[in-house]
Design a protein around this ligand. Structure first.
Ligand code: GCV
Length: 627
């Protein structure tokens, strides 16, 4: 996301009506484009490019002639950022072997909605946030103004997102405070929305389903109660009078203690539809999360519950309701099979929900590049099954935004994949590295392999072969395979998930002897996952309870393979730490080098801890030697 500072600003020729968005595009190019003295921005509605753009750039002698054509101002801005990305990642350059002498390309985003979900609370804390406090400094906004520091930070946030094509932002936590919808806060939200708008970002809010009752305006939050419906209509009118292009509400209902229609024996569809009616005339959307468990399907395998709950409701939602589901059926684990809900609901628009903040992947302490994980998801769930893609942000008020210097690559990768899920993880890593560090090609190649190996390494040192959710309670950082608390829901306890005993380990989800979760998958996956002989080994212990001495494809026993995977995970981190420590110092400024070096040392300690704690614990059941 870094850009070089220019000594000779270029001239931006604008063939478009003036607009704040075009103005930003002009300013960005004037300040950062250094490969030519002229760039044209041409708006032509007839091009029908939607949010997309066409870039034509040609090297002539010692500079490029470049033009961006688009049918909307936002297309010009996206095109301007793409030109800068090509410049800063060396795709366009006046020297060097990577550079293209001519480019003529058309770009259109694949997902219509490309959204960040902030889990930011009004008190400035962030649920699962590891990069400082919330960037929305609510206390710095009052009487229709905000501090200049805050305005500038929000502008930088908007520019960073627009440079990736992210076009929607939900400002607050899905565990939402009813206060969010008070006039006091809506006035503040309006000011933020005004800053985000010219960058093509639509503002959304998460809501607490019981808001009218919690604020003392109604006696109930029952969605079929007339006063409640009236309250929401009035509130929608108020919101849209302040923010005419407001996107809509994101709702976590009847999940992990949040209120919802179920509190009044109403269905999710009844709850969502009441809200959908309130925002419909303004073009608003209700994004309803399918992340529910423990209410209506108490004794069912947790990974089955969301589909069991929502499948019967397919076709019962208003057209402006979207169901948003996490990529896997459980909860953002380092590796999960895909969530089958995406294939089953045929009449309900759906968004996928990814998690950029590394709640279960070492938080902001581990270098784990997430693009390969998200590509894995898209390889099963075709992007055409989703109208949008959302991701839980990893952004905070730390100077470097995301805590770990390499965590920024995950924000970057999400935006790039939301624009084009066909991009490869390597391409994205390459782009990011070249824009973030000034390294020679060999060092870029080395760090690219570090990034590419990092997610598999994390799976290996935390939960290989399909193990899942054996994290320490509450903070979800370290290992706690023996975790069990009688006063907690069983679905929060690690022992519920690995089911280790003297025979073997793993959750039997087969149809014949287990929970039958395999049957929720479409063919060929259902049969493949159900049969221990054909189940991919990376999902083995997710779907099967496997004897310790079971022969794996490698010829080793399960126990041996488990030990080898844990060791491999640790060895990869050790190597990554070695590479950074001994090879990267010349190419990175002292502060960032030191920061990453310290974090990699820490990650190596953690990886060893994971391996030792897990193998020691599982050995009490397998009774086999750890090599
Ligand atoms: C916002 C997991 C997290 C919770 C989060 C929840 C959700 O359970 O640990 O912090 O709550 O998912 O996605 O709603």
């Amino acid at each position: 996301m870094g850009t070089p500072v220019l000594s000779n600003p270029c001239t931006v020729v604008i063939k478009a009506p003036t607009s704040p968005t075009v103005d930003i595009a002009r300013q960005e190019l004037e300040s950062h484009w250094s490969l030519g003295s002229r760039v044209s921005l041409v708006l032509n509605k007839k091009l029908r490019l939607g949010e997309g753009y066409r870039i034509i750039a040609k090297r002539k002698g010692t500079s490029y002639e470049a033009a961006v054509h688009a049918s909307r101002p936002i297309g010009l801005l996206y095109g301007a950022y793409d030109l800068l990305r090509m410049q800063n990642s060396g795709t366009l350059a006046l020297h060097g072997s990577h550079a293209n002498t001519a480019v003529d390309k058309v770009e259109r985003p694949v997902f219509p909605t490309r959204m960040l979900n902030h889990w930011d609370n009004l008190d400035g804390s962030i649920e699962r946030g590891y990069a400082g406090k919330s960037i929305w400094k609510w206390e710095q906004i009052s009487n229709g103004t905000m501090t200049e520091t805050l305005r500038s930070r929000i502008q930088q946030y908007a520019a960073a997102n627009a440079s990736l094509g992210i076009n929607a932002s939900v400002l607050n936590n899905v565990n939402a405070s009813p206060k969010m919808l008070t006039r006091e806060y809506l006035d503040k939200v309006k000011l933020i929305a005004d800053i985000l708008r010219p960058y093509g970002i639509t503002t959304y809010l998460s809501i607490n389903f019981a808001t009218p009752m919690a604020l003392g305006d109604t006696k109930t939050a029952d969605p079929l109660d007339k006063d409640v419906a009236k309250w929401w209509k009035k509130k929608a009118k108020e919101v849209y009078s302040l923010i005419p292009d407001f996107g809509g509400f994101l709702v976590k209902a009847n999940s992990e203690g949040q209120p919802g229609p179920g509190d009044y024996q109403r269905t999710h569809a009844e709850g969502a539809n009441m809200l959908a009616d309130a925002v419909k005339s303004y073009g608003g959307k209700i994004i309803w999360r399918s992340f529910v468990y423990g209410a209506n399907h108490k004794n069912e395998d947790r990974v089955k519950q969301s589909l069991s709950e929502f499948k019967p409701m397919d076709g019962k939602f208003r057209p402006n309701v979207i169901l948003q589901s996490k990529n896997g059926p459980l909860d953002f684990q380092p590796r999960e099979p895909f969530a089958p809900i995406f294939m089953h609901l045929k009449k309900t628009p759906q968004y996928g929900e990814l998690q950029i903040t590394q709640e279960y992947l070492g938080q902001s302490k581990h270098l784990v590049y997430l693009a390969p994980m998200w590509k894995e998801f898209f390889s099963f769930v075709h992007p055409s099954l989703m109208q949008g893609i959302a991701a839980v942000a990893n952004i905070g008020d730390d100077a470097n935004w995301c805590g770990h210097p390499f965590s920024q690559a995950n924000w970057y990768a999400f935006g790039r994949l939301a624009w084009n899920p066909e991009l490869s993880s390597e391409e994205i890593a390459d782009e990011w590295l070249r824009q973030t560090f000034s390294m020679p090609d060999e060092a870029i190649a080395t760090m690219k392999s570090v990034m590419m190996e990092s997610r598999e390494a994390c799976v290996n040192y935390m939960m290989p072969l399909g193990l899942h959710h054996i994290f320490k309670f509450d903070h979800h950082y370290g290992p706690e395979p023996d975790g069990f608390k009688a006063d907690y829901p069983l679905e929060w306890c690690p022992v519920y998930y690995h089911r280790a005993d003297s025979i073997g380990v793993g959750f039997d989800r087969t149809v014949a002897t287990g929970s039958g979760a395999t049957a929720q998958y479409p063919e060929p996956y259902a049969s493949e996952y159900d049969n221990i002989a054909t189940c991919p080994e990376e999902y083995l212990l997710w779907f099967h309870h496997v004897p310790w001495t079971y022969r794996m494809k490698s010829g080793k026993t399960l126990w041996q393979e488990l030990c080898d995977k844990y060791n491999a995970g640790v060895a990869t981190v050790r190597n990554h730490r070695y590479i950074w420590h001994y090879k990267m110092k010349p190419y990175v400024d002292a502060e960032r080098w030191q920061h990453v070096d310290t974090l990699l040392n820490h990650q190596l300690d953690n990886a060893r801890e994971w391996r030792n704690v897990c193998l020691d614990y599982f050995q009490t059941f397998s009774k086999l030697p750890v090599e």
